[in-house]
Design a protein around this ligand. Structure first.
Ligand SMILES: *Cc1c(COP(=O)(O)O)cnc(C)c1O
Length: 837
């Protein structure tokens, strides 16, 4: 591995003044939350429009980073052990360093630019060539001023080919990226409309992008995809090196690869072409135009590199789709929601429409779309084209949100009617997200696939929220102040250096993830843990930046893990290999993970004897880096199981010893859950995992703790009714009264998580300062209680199901279960409200 002395880096980036320290740098970092190897990382305090990297230096310092590249006028008095490299432009320094690193290698490097298709072409080239090349490439679509240097920094001596993509949105940006990538082979995919506003015209944009190719010796491009903006081997010949070879392809004119026919059949396309006076062909497992274009571009590369024809044919057949960064969620009334808010340009929209159609199968499809901002295209043309695309993709309904799109409603009304006969409501328009929300009724959406595509300012999260969930009268109140009180109670019992991982799995034990996580983050817990990746994604979307461990990640969630910086627990060789394979396929290395050992719980985990074998794999693959090693106790609350608990700990300690020796770097060690914190203080190690205690419940009735209840579940009385002695209440006439009675019907049932075991007097609720017993069977959405003995009860009164007056533990006992199940069983239709005192 190539490493750099910090002194050397100071020279490369022309840092000002004397530089102290002799740190060795292996990793570059721009995000203080992503610290993995603090000792060998260099933090670049990059300043963007929305954030100033210098504000995160304290956090990075706290996480162990000691070397920083900062802007000259930064005041650094409070960081004693830090080395600061001062430069006038931090981003430029990052690029200079990466460019220097790039110059250490003399291998072919493919540089890709163009308006669309960069990432897919890059990924497909990787799929096509990785069996006989050791390829380093941009992870995902790291193609920006920051992404490119970070991608190139990954180059190491073992690589035989580099593939990097570069994207620009304004003039003079490519001048900075060209020396970083320094491609020897260029691919110019096309000139489309994206970022048109950053340039004078398409020709200028094409020439700016072509800067990437100013030193290449081979250039691959599609003639009609660049014309009329650029003619590389004709009138723009002097723009390129004199010895540059051009490899063009075209459907309509003479070219190195002349496409002669495209035949689509049962999901495949046979593409015929003429090349060096010969007829050749490939078949790809796609039929859409974008995939065909991208595959042809890749074909050119393989031909240019001299790949054998039979080889090419065989590889092309096996191309796999490159995953899009979009998620499908279940919505109201059996709908599915596809929320694509990553970009708002039309090309990504058309890709999303295609994806929507693909997902929907035969179901109805609806597009909810905001004004398209900064397209650089005249509005009329833009919306006209959008209307055509709707027809082309056979979209059933459009809901336009925004004043611009509303001005062109006639365009849509026309095509939607043509397409659908005269369907009512096939095109609806609203001036703003607000007015949509006011008028929207979730019943308008049923059994359909809905694509949400909104520019950020339109805050489509709110629409997504509306379509995602339903709420009704019953409310669970979460007292966040009480939760923080509980956190502090436990912290009193921890060693100062012991970290806290807050368990927020299962919707924070039913309390609601994002809100709970936000206060925990504010009060500086060190880690969060969730059960499934989706829960982590929710947290990230809500702006949670703490590291998050995911305990039960599966293959379907790998993409989310990476996109949202979630750290999976690796508990078996199966999951290890699957994740390794995925990371490798994405060109990602050193992804943070947590290794779990089974020490007696016999649920998830490697056997402790497998520690060495895991390390061998980790070492060989280097796709993952171990942040922590842990195990889980089966009976920490039970004194009868203390001997077993000690055995479990001893096993984990052995495994950690092996891991430590084999890995050669530090990781966090942890085993204690809530009950163990007080009962087994010796086992706090570097971190504890605080779960149910946070929520105010601890089965260890320790007098040194004073926990406060966090959740209160309340509902209201829907109706009061007087009944006569001998009459019955509810299904199956189970609740027969022995006297004239007053019965209240309350708005909660087993569908809310109020177990049927509570029925027929088993449970009580709290009304008007007193307890009232449940009468009869619990219904799905309602429950009846006997309020005969309570005076002054009225319809609409509030009823406490649990909280300050009825403890969760008590309720759990009535249902023959444990508090965990009660808390997590409260269904999602029960609205959560948060209070802070
Ligand atoms: C849920 C969970 C915890 C927390 O347990 P509590 O008893 O709620 O403190 C700790 N570790 C693991 C692995 C868990 O799954």
């Amino acid at each position: 591995m190539i490493t750099y002395q910090v002194q050397h880096i100071a020279d490369i980036i022309h840092a000002e003044g004397p530089v102290t320290g002799n740190a060795v740098i292996e990793h570059l970092l721009i995000d203080s939350r992503k610290v993995v190897f603090p000792g060998t990382s260099l933090f670049f305090a990059i300043t963007g429009p929305r954030r100033d990297g210098h504000q995160f230096i304290a956090e990075a310092y706290e996480r162990g980073i000691r070397c920083f590249v900062v802007k000259k006028d930064f005041d650094n008095h409070s960081f004693e052990q830090a080395t600061f490299l001062k430069v006038p432009d931090v981003l430029l320094a990052l690029q200079q360093l990466a460019a220097y690193h790039r110059r250490q290698f003399n291998i072919p490097v493919i540089g890709i630019t163009g308006s669309n298709g960069k990432t897919i072409v890059k990924e497909w080239l990787y799929q096509l060539m990785h069996t006989n090349q050791h390829i380093v490439r941009s992870p995902r679509s790291y193609n920006s001023q920051i992404g490119v240097p970070l991608s190139v920094w990954q180059m190491q001596p073992e690589h035989t080919l580099g593939i990097f993509e570069a994207g620009i949105s304004a003039a003079h940006e490519m001048d900075k990226l060209e020396p970083v990538i320094k491609p020897t082979i260029g691919i110019f995919t096309n000139i489309g409309e994206a970022h048109r506003e950053g340039f004078e015209n398409d020709r200028q944009k094409a020439r700016e992008k072509a800067q990437l190719f100013s030193h290449v010796t081979q250039l691959i491009f599609c003639r009609e995809a660049l014309a009329p903006a650029l003619y590389p081997d004709e009138k723009d010949r002097d723009f390129f090196q004199p010895d540059c070879n051009f490899f063009s392809w075209s459907r309509i004119e003479n070219a190195t690869l002349r496409i002669t026919a495209e035949e689509k059949q049962s999901g495949q396309t046979l593409i015929r072409a003429q090349y060096q006076q010969k007829d050749i062909h490939i078949t790809i497992p796609f039929t859409d135009r974008i995939s065909i274009d991208n595959a042809i571009t890749c074909w050119c590369v393989l031909l240019m590199l001299g790949y054998d024809e039979a080889d090419i044919q065989q590889q092309m057949l096996q191309l796999e789709p490159v995953e899009m960064r979009m998620q499908l969620k279940k919505g109201v009334n059996n709908c599915y929601l596809l929320n694509d808010s990553y970009s708002n340009d039309t090309s990504s929209l058309y890709l999303a429409l295609e994806y929507l159609k693909q997902q929907a199968g035969g179901h109805r499809t609806t597009l909810i779309i905001s004004d398209i901002l900064q397209s650089g295209q005249p509005e009329e043309l833009l919306y006209h084209e959008l209307a055509e695309q709707l027809v082309l993709h056979d979209i059933d309904r459009i809901i336009g949100v925004g004043q611009a799109i509303s001005r062109y409603r006639h365009l849509f009304e026309r095509v939607m009617q043509n397409a659908e006969g005269t369907t009512l409501n096939a095109a609806q328009f609203f001036d703003s997200t607000e007015s949509f929300l006011q008028q929207a009724n979730t019943n308008q959406f049923r059994d359909e696939y809905i694509l949400l595509k909104g520019a950020r300012v339109f805050a489509f999260e709110r629409i997504s929220h509306l379509l995602e969930q339903q709420v009704h009268q019953t409310v669970m109140e979460i007292n966040l102040t009480a939760m923080i009180h509980n956190l502090k109670e436990y912290q009193k019992h921890l060693q100062p250096a012991t970290k806290v991982m807050a368990m927020v799995k299962a919707f924070s034990y039913g309390s609601g993830s994002a809100e709970v996580a936000k206060v925990l983050q504010f009060h500086k817990v060190d880690y969060l843990a969730v059960a499934y990746a989706d829960e982590g994604v929710e947290l990230r979307k809500a702006g949670i930046s703490l590291p998050i461990m995911v305990m039960n990640a599966d293959e379907a969630s790998f993409d989310s893990l990476v996109t949202y910086d979630l750290e999976p627990e690796i508990y078996s060789f199966y999951i290890y290999h699957a994740f390794h394979h995925y990371l490798n396929s994405q060109g990602i290395g050193q992804f943070p993970v947590h290794i779990k050992f089974n020490t007696g719980m016999n649920r998830l985990g490697f056997e402790t004897g497998e520690a060495k074998a895991i390390c061998v794999l980790l070492h060989e693959h280097r796709t993952m880096v171990v942040k922590s090693v842990f195990s889980h106790l089966a009976g920490s609350e039970d004194p009868h199981l203390d001997a077993f608990t000690h055995e479990q700990v001893a096993l984990l300690e052995q495994a950690c010893l092996v891991m430590q020796q084999q890995l050669g770097y530090d990781f966090i060690k942890h085993i204690s859950n809530t009950a163990a914190i007080l009962r087994h203080p010796r086992y706090q190690f570097n971190m504890v995992r605080l779960g149910i205690g946070l929520y105010g419940v601890d089965s260890v009735n320790d007098q040194t703790l004073s926990l406060q209840p966090v959740a209160t579940l309340r509902t209201t009385i829907a109706q009061l009714r007087k009944i006569k002695k001998g009459e019955s209440v509810g299904y199956n006439r189970m609740g027969v009264v022995q006297r004239d009675s007053l019965i209240a019907t309350i708005r909660i049932g087993y569908a809310d998580g109020y177990s049927r075991k509570m029925g027929n007097g088993a449970a009580q609720v709290y009304i008007g300062g007193q307890r009232a017993p449940v009468i009869g069977n619990i219904c799905m959405d309602m429950t009846m209680v006997d309020v005969t003995d309570i005076s002054g009860v009225r319809e609409g009164d509030v009823v406490e199901i649990f909280g300050h007056h009825i403890g969760i533990q008590e309720l759990a006992a009535w249902a023959g279960t444990i508090p965990y199940e009660v808390m997590t069983g409260i269904s999602q239709r029960v609205k959560r409200v948060y209070v802070e005192e």
